[in-house]
Design a protein around this ligand. Sequence first.
Ligand code: KIV
Ligand code: ZN
Length: 514
Amino acid sequence: MSTERVRIFDTTLRDGEQSPGASMNTDEKLEIARQLVRLGVDVIEAGFPVSSPGDFESVRRIGAEVGDAVVVCALTRAVPRDIEVAADALTTAARPRIHTGLGASESHLRDKLRITRDEAVERAVAAVRLARTFVEDVEFYAEDAARAEPEFLYRLVEATIKAGATVVNIPDTTGYTYPEVFGALIAGLRENVNGIEDVTISVHCHDDLGMATANALAGVKAGARQVECTINGIGERAGNTALEEVVMALKLRPDLFGVETGIATREIMRTSRLVSSITGFRVPPNKAIVGANAFAHSSGIHQDGVLKERSTYEIIDPADVGVGGSSIVLTARSGRHALRHRLGELGYQLTDEDFERVHEAFLALADKKKEVYDEDLEALVGEKGRTVDEVYHLEQVHVSCGEPGIPTATVELVSRDGTELIDASHGTGPVDAVYRAINRIVNVPNELTEFSVQSVTHGIDALGEVTIRVTSEDGRVFTGRGAHSDIIVASAKAYTNALNRLLVATESAHTQES
Ligand code: KIV
Ligand code: ZN
């Protein structure tokens, strides 16, 4: 008897991107999409095309890039214009899916949509019918389904199946439900909705009470055959079900679930690092599966057990999720060919121009720290191999600091038109002085809300990676990253990177308005 398959629907690029500060440009989304294909997801939700030209473009480019390897999905509200725009964005996709829907709970109907139940059913049916005129694969979502009245949910879902939905998504939008209750809701749908056996039931859970994975698994146990999730669990508010958690739970416990996924689990760690590096969302050390300590044993009793027999304290072989990696270490003498080859093995396809920048940075780093690890290469690609639209380029930074003394920084930025801009400032410390000097040049109101520095690998010569977040005057959050063996330089790069993102977003908002 063949094992049933649970489809993995990845929404890192849509729901994940909704985390404040996680916005990505199209090239970054493409890079993640390529890695999601390597990871073996079944569906990539590539964006919400009507929401911005950037989302529209991302859906188009991802559709063109991934071919028939995965289904490419675009989100819409149950609004004709949303659906038409999504259909237009999806014309490049070999396997397009429109994901449309509306609120199903009393709270959403009464307080948000201000419509009756009858009107909701009518709108949902019309949306699914319209979507079916463009694509054969239509997923209907009943937003806030976990708080909806079950009888109404059955009616709504049944009507959309009759209208042509191929997948029905039952979201716990507010992260309110509990595994037993959610499992019973999915079982209730299977018992009470005509036609449900002809469609796939999907679950989409949020983590407000820390139960997104448990709830999604309860859904699978009750018959859901698609799980919506994100890498590292990023997403709106407390985030979504973490892909790595749900996939490994299903893999580890066939005795409980009896299902399989198509995920190449050895790609999990790399995907996690890529998403963390692009979004600037650090993975907490104790995070299940992908945290730095997920496979670290510190107590003597545990270490003794693991040394005698790994399975005494380890339920997953770290290699199964890509932890441990390769022992290949590059040095300054490794040469261009070896570097290109290793980058290829790590999944990076760089243009000649991007490769040249990475190669140059690699030589500079190898000169300083002798041995360059995969993590260093990933940081370098993050820095040099991703085309970022730069309004200002950091040309040089010098600081003087110490005790006693007044921390002082001089900074040179080069603007897009090639103008060299130099300024200096003092501050409470060297980073503060650098940021003040940059602010004097760029002169855009912003507040620094987060600053963190982390070493990419171990040792005193490790590359330092700085991640920061700034909030613009109108409350938008932008992430910036910078990596360098000197953390002051990394800090300056991170700040320039964040301000560039803020400036580019402001420019494109103005272009849209005019
Ligand atoms: O959480 C939610 O309900 C969603 C829907 C748009 C699917 O993200
Ligand atoms: Zn969601």
